[in-house]
Design a protein around this ligand. Structure first.
Ligand code: NDP
Length: 420
């Protein structure tokens, strides 16, 4: 018996909420609150018409305002808050959870909306020098809440999507069942789906384009090594998808895994991109369309990347037209009982199957299902301890079981091709 407040009603939220309705043994009441309440109401009506057993309600909230959030949390009194709005709202929602004494869950680490803010920039530039990577997002902002969550006896579970999220659970599972020591981790994110548009992003375009146009980086012997954007390319033959070009990116779970598994000598992250996507992105970047700095246009201030977002297809609308599969997972090398070992733990997800089940494409599906699973484990008390945690810091077994149960079955290949 539990009551959940979900913030955000975009592509990922719509999957997470529908999966909560499939798990009504855990979630009995659920409020959908977002900036545009009409979207929340439309989803509630769709679910009620389909006979959803969970008691649903909706609200309008500006998640940039701690006061507005706290008022809503105080009036609804949820057991936990699932943040599937944007990474820009992570800190305000964490503040509101502390104020109202409820557990907090999200799928992506904090990133500021305005990267020109001089206060933020000072801290960012210091971090770039000290740590050696230049991504706009990092865990320091949320890890700084550790003492406050601990003292309040509350849990903050960070990054329970697929990557980060499931990839970190795969790491904890590999360490628990397959290795005494892990030497290397290669996280592979392959989207073999085709939506038929010349250019579109699979999740929020602003967050997605910021991530993929930034410098790449990986961790070696505890230190960050930074690369130019898309500098390192590999070709990999993905089970059930086939051969794809993939590029090394900076990704947030590298930071948490590097901290929590210090014996691992190298951690890298690769994502597949087709040539056409990269050419479009480079062109948009060259003309300034990926900029987050406001410019004046016909007497009004606009942010180029937000204007671009308005032109691009809504990721939530890609479902009906996307065909093909994703393959996301981790290749581990290391030793067990003195013997060398390598495994690839991965999930394959079919875009059309996801669409048939929930009306969404596989990228939102593979993020929304783990968002529900992480939340259910916190609410059930299985993953509940005071402090701020990533998903590799708990027993992976119940999470792995729920992946099989709720639509993301996984495979362990004990003789995978390695990435050079
Ligand atoms: P969308 O843009 O589709 O949805 C975001 C939702 O948040 C929208 O409903 C939006 O409202 C709402 N929102 C935005 N700002 C506010 C605000 N100030 N107050 C209240 N609501 C707000 O994004 P996605 O669903 O694609 O992504 C959701 C999250 O999932 C992001 O944090 C993303 O980084 C993360 N993610 C994580 C992945 C992982 O594997 N870990 C993979 C993919 C995404 P409105 O409808 O009005 O725009």
């Amino acid at each position: 018996m539990s009551r959940l407040l979900v913030i955000g009603c975009g592509g990922v939220a719509q999957v997470a909420i529908q999966k909560c309705c499939q798990n009504s043994a855990v979630f009995t009441e659920l409020m959908i609150a977002s900036r545009t309440e009409e979207k929340c109401i439309a989803l509630k009506e769709k679910l009620e018409a389909a006979g959803c057993p969970v008691k649903l309600s909706t609200a309008k909230v500006d998640a940039d305002s701690v006061d507005e959030l706290a008022k809503l949390i105080d009036s609804y009194k949820p057991d936990a808050v699932l943040n599937v709005a944007l990474p820009y709202q992570d800190l305000t929602i964490m503040d509101a959870c502390l104020k109202c004494k409820v557990d907090y869950i999200d799928t992506a680490n904090y990133e500021p909306e305005d990267t020109d803010d001089p206060e933020w920039r000072k801290i960012y530039e210091k971090r770039c020098k000290e740590k050696g990577f230049t991504a706009y997002f990092d865990y320091s902002w949320q890890w700084a809440y550790e003492d406050r969550f601990k003292e309040a006896g509350l849990t903050a579970l960070l990054g329970t999507g697929f990557d980060p999220g499931v990839t970190s659970v795969f790491t904890a599972y590999a360490k628990k069942h397959y290795f005494d020591e892990i030497d290397t981790i290669d996280i592979l994110d392959c989207n073999g789906g085709d939506h038929g548009y010349p250019f579109a992003t699979n999740f929020n375009p602003e967050i997605n384009l910021r991530e993929v146009s930034a410098n790449g980086s990986y961790m070696e012997n505890g230190k960050w090594v930074e690369t130019e954007p898309m500098e390192i390319k590999r070709v990999y033959n993905f089970p059930e998808v086939g051969e794809k070009d993939m590029y090394l990116l900076h990704h947030e779970e590298i930071e948490a895994l590097g901290r929590n598994f210090p014996e691992v000598k190298r951690i890298r992250f690769f994502m597949t991109f087709g040539q056409s996507y990269l050419t479009h992105m480079k062109c948009l970047e060259n003309v300034g369309m990926l900029s987050t700095s406001p410019i004046m246009f016909e007497g009004r201030e606009i942010v180029p990347i937000q204007f671009l977002k308005a032109l691009l297809p809504d990721p939530a609308s890609l479902g009906p037209r996307t065909v093909g599969k994703t393959n996301i997972g981790c290749i581990f090398t290391g030793r067990k009982d003195g013997k060398e070992r390598k495994i690839y733990i991965y999930n394959v997800c079919d875009h059309q199957e996801c669409y048939k089940e929930l009306g969404s494409q596989a990228i939102s599906y593979t993020t929304g299902v783990p968002a529900m699973i992480g939340t259910a484990l916190v609410v059930k008390g299985l993953w509940k301890k005071p402090g701020v945690f990533t998903t590799d810091e708990f027993d992976p077994d119940p999470y792995m079981e729920m992946l099989n149960e709720f639509g993301l079955p996984w495979v362990v290949d004990e003789n995978p091709e390695l990435v050079p």
